[in-house]
Design a protein around this ligand. Structure first.
Ligand SMILES: *Cc1c(COP(=O)(O)O)cnc(C)c1O
Length: 397
């Protein structure tokens, strides 16, 4: 008899043979600037915990208190019996923080994108998406019966072209939705959101930005990319974000008008049909907003570290790509060499992972470093010294 599961082993082995399988590192204890990974004390250079909020005492305290007062689970999906006062408080606080009329919190950013996007556009509509958008957007788009167009990465002229093509369609599209990542975490660059907003307005299209890597990083006090560009409600109708990166917890949200919230909560299947956050998560997320509002030093420190590290690396002759955010690539080119660099860094006490094909083009392999507000100058000097030593050893500089 043929084994119906034989493909599992075969397809896994194919990945191993191409070095495309994930070898999962084990973090032992908290995600802090110095941490233990697979039994070795290393400088964490690849976490999304930009502001080190995952260990903030205020947030830990609120989470512990929520366990005592509300238990460890919510008991239901949000629309039935799983909306606690904490969930509502978080949404109110977040909307205020973002300067929007309303926010809706999802279990994750992935759930927000994959739940809401397919509802915003359907038959007779068009979604225009950046070619390098995040996988959760791609999955969301795949769930719609809307027409799709892809524009070249951050290419405003190509977006204009796609909008002009769309206008010639007969019968006309009911609605057009433009979706983009704010910060592209693989290419480390930023969407030209101001120009996109203008184009969207000229063509009567909606604009949806996924600000997963912008919130807590960009804009006034970490309010995100819309704030960074000085844009408002009428420019970007849907702001989506996550609590799993700079906010240091877990969760997703969409923020915008009250109409958007009413629509999203009645239609997103991920929100309607999947359990809501445990109270400790909601409480910790509220704590993150407290911290961002009351302790502006974290965002400032993040940028100080970023500028210092990027300058030191450039001075040494490393190519740090197009990076304009605290995600700083160290370009290597060859995949095998990028993997070697990552291994050597780990041996020397730095945990930074290689980004190789198929995540980026074959000749664009790199080590992706992500800065953290809690790194000290000594930490950065240590890292730069190691990069210099290994960079010379491998002939990268
Ligand atoms: C991480 C990420 C997500 C997913 O967010 P989660 O809350 O972790 O599910 C969505 N979009 C982008 C651009 C991301 O980087």
């Amino acid at each position: 008899m043929r084994d119906p599961t034989s493909f599992l082993k075969k397809e896994y082995q194919d990945l191993v043979d191409q070095s495309l399988d994930w070898r999962i590192a084990k973090l032992q204890g908290a995600s802090t600037p110095w941490c233990n990974v697979d039994g070795k004390r290393v400088l964490m250079f690849c976490s999304n915990n930009y502001l080190s909020l995952s260990n903030h005492p205020h947030m830990k305290e609120l989470a512990k208190r929520a366990v005592d007062t509300h238990g460890v689970g919510s008991g239901s999906v949000r629309p039935i019996a799983g909306t606690m006062d904490l969930h509502l408080e978080l949404e109110e606080r977040l909307a205020k923080f973002k300067g929007r009329p309303a926010s809706l919190v999802y279990q994750t950013g992935f759930a927000a994108n994959s739940g809401l996007i397919p509802q915003l556009a359907g038959k007779g509509d068009l979604i225009i998406s950046d070619e390098l958008n995040h996988g959760s957007i791609i999955d969301g788009v795949r769930l719609t019966s809307a027409d799709r167009a892809i524009f070249k990465h951050c290419d405003i002229d190509d977006l204009a072209l796609k909008l002009e093509e769309a206008e010639r369609k007969d019968p006309a599209y009911r609605r057009i939705l433009i979706i983009t990542d704010g910060v592209f975490s693989m290419d480390e660059d930023m969407a030209p959101l101001d120009r996109m907003a203008k184009l969207a307005k000229d063509h009567g299209a909606m604009l949806y930005v996924d600000d997963a890597h912008g919130e807590g990083v960009l804009g006034e006090g970490g309010r995100g990319i819309v704030s960074h560009f000085g844009l408002g409600h009428n420019d970007v109708q849907v702001e989506m974000g996550t609590f799993s990166k700079a906010f240091g917890v877990v969760g997703g949200h969409v923020s915008g008008s009250q109409d958007l919230k009413n629509f999203a909560l009645n239609k997103s299947r991920t929100w309607l049909l999947s359990g809501s956050h445990p109270p400790a998560v909601a409480a910790a997320c509220i704590g993150a907003i407290d911290v961002l509002e009351n302790e502006p030093q974290h965002v400032r420190n993040l940028w100080k570290r970023t500028d210092r590290f990027r300058k030191a690396m450039r001075d040494l002759g490393f190519d740090t790509g197009r990076s304009v955010t605290p995600i700083i690539p160290v370009m290597v080119g060859d995949s095998a060499k990028a993997k070697r660099l990552s291994e050597r860094l780990y041996q020397e006490g730095i945990f930074a992972l290689p980004i190789v094909f198929p995540m980026v083009a074959k000749d664009k392999a790199r080590i992706r470093t992500i800065m953290n507000a809690a790194l000290t100058d000594e930490d950065l000097d240590f890292a730069v010294g190691k990069f210099e030593m290994i960079g010379r050893e491998l002939g990268i500089i």
